[in-house]
Design a binder for this molecule. Sequence first.
Ligand code: AMP
Ligand code: ZN
Length: 113
Amino acid sequence: MDCIFCQIVAGKIPSQVLYQDEEVLAFRDINPAAPTHVLVIPKKHIDSLADVADEETPLIGRMVKIANRIAREEKVAESGYRLIISSGKDGGQVVPHLHMHLLGGRNLSSKLC
Ligand code: AMP
Ligand code: ZN
C-alpha cells in the first residue's frame, strides 16, 4: 500500500484526526494554507473525483455534511469557509486519493485560482 492517505486511514502514518466513521476520515492538513485546513477523505481508496462511480456519489454528500459540521466546531461557519476537491493533473491534485479541503479562518481570495 503506497498511498499516503490509505496509510493514514490504516494508522501507519500519524495524523490529527478530527472525525471518523466507517466511511470517512477527517484530519488536519500537514501544511495548512489557512488557520483551519482540514482534509475530509473516504476511507476507501478512490483515485479522484473523476473516479467516483455513480453509486458512490452519496459519499460526496456525506463528506460535505461532515465538513460543514467540522466548520461549525472550528468556529469558521459564520465567518465563512471554502470546500475544494481538486481532480487530476490540471485540477492541481497532488495526492491521488480523493480528498476535500476545508479552508477557513482567514479571508480567502474571491479569485478561484
Ligand atoms: P492536493 O494538492 O489537493 O492533492 O492536496 C494534498 C494535501 O495533502 C496537501 O494540502 C498536503 O499538505 C496534504 N498532505 C500531504 N501529506 C499529508 C500528511 N501526511 N498529513 C496531512 N496532510 C498531508
Ligand atoms: Zn489511498
